[in-house]
Write a protein that binds this ligand. Structure first.
Ligand SMILES: [Zn+2]
Length: 215
C-alpha cells in the first residue's frame, strides 16, 4: 500500500512540475498512508521528488522518518485533520491562482466567479485566507477553520491548497481553479456570465459529495 502511495506522489509531483503548475522548488503534496501522512521533503523541486525520499509524519505532524518535511507540511496536516474524507492535499504557487491572491479588491468568501461548470463541480467554494509568511504556523488556525467549510483554499499573496479523496481528484480541482483564474484574467474588464445559483445547484446532483463543497 505504502509503495503505491509513494509512487502516486512521485507521479503527480513530476506531472505538476513538468506542466509548469508550480516553479522552482515551490509546491508540495501530502497523502494519508494508513494513520500517518507522507509528504514531499523541504528544498526539493517537485520534478526531482523520489519515492524513497519522502517524509513520513504522524497524523499530528510529528516527523517519523525520511528527510525533513516541507516547511508547509502544517497546511497539509491541518487540512487532513479537519477533513476526514480527504486523503490527499496539493499545494502549488500556480501563476494565475497566485495572481488572484494578490488582488487588493477581492471578497475573501467569494474570490473567483464560477465561470465554468467544471469549476462549479470540482472547486465549488473557494476561500481566501489572510496573509501569513510561508511556513508560519500561525496560519494553522485559519486553515483549520476554512478546511471545515471547504476543500479549496487560496492563501493570500501565495497560492492554492486543495484537498481531495485522492491525489488525482485534488489535482483536478487545483487545475480547475488555476484554469478558471486564467479565464478570469483573460476576461477581466469584459462583461461575463458566470453560472447562476440555479445552474450551480443543478450541478450539485452530478457531483460526488466527497469531491466538492457546494457554494
Ligand atoms: Zn507555498
Amino acid at each position: 500500500m505504502s509503495g503505491s502511495v509513494r509512487d502516486d506522489i512521485v507521479r503527480v509531483a513530476h506531472s505538476i512540475h513538468d506542466r509548469g503548475l508550480t516553479h522552482g522548488r515551490t509546491g508540495n503534496l501530502a497523502v494519508r498512508d494508513g494513520d500517518r501522512i507522507l509528504v514531499t521533503p523541504t528544498g526539493v523541486s517537485l520534478g526531482d521528488v523520489a519515492a524513497d525520499e519522502l517524509s513520513l509524519l504522524e497524523a499530528d505532524g510529528t516527523h517519523v522518518s525520511g528527510p525533513r518535511p516541507t516547511k508547509e507540511a502544517f497546511l497539509h496536516v491541518a487540512m487532513l485533520r479537519e477533513r476526514p474524507s480527504a486523503h490527499a492535499v496539493v499545494h502549488t504557487h500556480s501563476v494565475h491562482s497566485a495572481a488572484l491572491s494578490v488582488l487588493e479588491e477581492i471578497d475573501p468568501d467569494d474570490p473567483l466567479p464560477p465561470l465554468t461548470a467544471y469549476y462549479g463541480m470540482r472547486v465549488g467554494r473557494l476561500q481566501l485566507l489572510p496573509y501569513a509568511a510561508p511556513g508560519d504556523p500561525v496560519a494553522t488556525a485559519a486553515v483549520e477553520r476554512a478546511a471545515r467549510a471547504g476543500h479549496a483554499l487560496l492563501l493570500r499573496n501565495h497560492g492554492p491548497v486543495v484537498a481531495g479523496p485522492d491525489l488525482d481528484t485534488a489535482l483536478d480541482a487545483l487545475e480547475e481553479l488555476e484554469h478558471t483564474a486564467q479565464l478570469f484574467f483573460l476576461t477581466r474588464g469584459m462583461r461575463t456570465a458566470p453560472l447562476t445559483p440555479d445552474q450551480l445547484a443543478a450541478l450539485r446532483s452530478r457531483t460526488d459529495p466527497r469531491e466538492s463543497t457546494p457554494r
